[in-house]
Design a protein around this ligand. Structure first.
Ligand code: SF4
Ligand code: SF4
Length: 369
């Protein structure tokens, strides 16, 4: 059962969520990009804006309509909410008594979560909650999250979720899912995906969706899926990469890669961290924090006796083969959801799809020689 919420009534969703004590984080325009920030009302959404993306390129553009979610994905992902860049683990005073930090989780509504981002959250759930050990900080933040997904109607040129098992329509993992419809009137098809979502939906001034509304929403998702057809050949990618660990392509990509780690920071599934210890200037307190790290940093693979990945070649190979091969062995799925962020935000425009295609072509050339 789906409902219709008029665009002019979208603030009722803000009121229903604020009334339940949620802070609302969603898309807004800042510094020439659509980023995630705390929103007060629908007026903060990026009305009429879209993002044009290409390798090493991201620009905002006007759409010529008032769409509120007419963009693909920006540089931020929900990882920053669930796995913040810096989390304090413990603090100690001169008496050497340590105090474990409590998760500073507050009820937060994630507004505008794309289906690829639902997939990324599901991946991080498996990493932090699905194994033998659960991460308490992640668990606390996750338990306080209310997810409002928005189907993707306008993927960027770099999106390829359909090639890695996803799609532009939200299917599960949300409390509410919206599909934005612009014609003949600006409105949202709304579906609840949980009892919490049903309760919020009950507070909104909605009416039942007509068959034409449901068809229009399906057409939005189908159009987005069509736009992404054939963008990445992931056939047998797990074995392909592991068969080609000594491919000369790793040397070629290492010539271009700066080892900057931007791709891992922008990626919604990358989760590497390390710990830092800091003491106050007067020496009264010390604390240990967990901070984001990247497998592209030289120090990341530094251990007693040496460095296991001393070259850019070895670090890029580690990243790509983890994303598209060994992640599957470790967690049962690919580590890539096809959002394209690592391509747009790579300063030299390295494209994960091109690297796989090059290795595939090289292998085929050898097989035919
Ligand atoms: S590897 Fe790239 S395309 Fe895949 S999820 Fe990460 S940022 Fe997105
Ligand atoms: S692939 Fe691009 S973004 Fe990633 S480390 Fe290399 S240069 Fe940086």
């Amino acid at each position: 059962m789906a409902s219709i919420l008029a665009r002019d009534d979208l603030d009722s969703l803000f009121a229903a969520l604020h009334g339940r004590g949620y802070r609302i984080v969603g898309p807004t325009v800042r510094d020439g990009a659509i980023v995630h920030a705390e929103l007060a009302s629908a007026a903060d959404l990026p009305a009429g804006r879209t993002d044009e993306q290409a390798p090493a390129r991201y620009r905002l553009a006007e759409r010529g309509d008032g769409a509120l979610f007419g963009y693909a994905v920006g540089p931020h992902s929900w990882k920053a909410e669930l796995l913040p860049p810096r989390v304090r683990l413990w603090q100690a005073g001169r008496d050497l008594e340590t105090t474990d930090a409590e998760a500073e989780a507050v009820p937060t509504a994630f507004l505008g979560v794309r289906p690829c981002e639902l997939a990324a959250i599901a991946i991080q759930d498996r990493v932090f909650l699905g194994g033998r050990y659960q991460d308490a900080d992640y668990a606390a933040r996750r338990a306080q999250a209310f997810v409002v997904a928005v189907d993707c109607g306008d993927p960027s040129d770099l999106c390829f979720c359909t090639s890695v098992g996803g799609g532009p329509g939200a299917e599960d993992g949300f409390d509410l899912a919206l599909t934005e419809l612009l014609e003949p009137t600006h409105r949202f098809l709304v579906r609840a995906g949980s009892s919490a979502g049903e309760q919020v939906l009950a507070d909104l001034p909605v009416h039942d969706a007509a068959e034409a509304d449901v068809d229009a929403a399906a057409a939005v998702v189908a159009g987005a899926a069509r736009a992404m057809e054939g963008r990445f050949d992931s056939t047998g990618v797990h074995d392909l990469l592991l068969r080609n660990l000594e491919s000369p392509r790793w040397d070629e990509v290492a010539e271009r890669c700066l080892s900057c780690g931007n791709c891992t920071l922008a990626c919604p599934t990358c989760f590497c961290t390390h710990v830092v210890d800091v003491s106050s200037l007067d020496g009264a307190t010390a604390e240990r924090s967990r901070v984001w790290d990247t497998c592209f940093s030289l120090q990341y693979a530094e251990m007693h006796g040496g460095n296991t990945r001393p070259t850019t070649r070895s670090r890029y190979r580690q990243w790509l083969t983890h994303k598209l091969a060994t992640w599957e062995d470790q967690f049962g799925s690919l580590g890539c959801v096809g959002c394209g962020r690592c391509i747009a935000w790579c300063p030299v425009g390295i494209d994960i799809r091109e690297e796989v295609a090059a290795i595939r072509a090289e292998e085929e050339t050898h097989a035919n020689a």
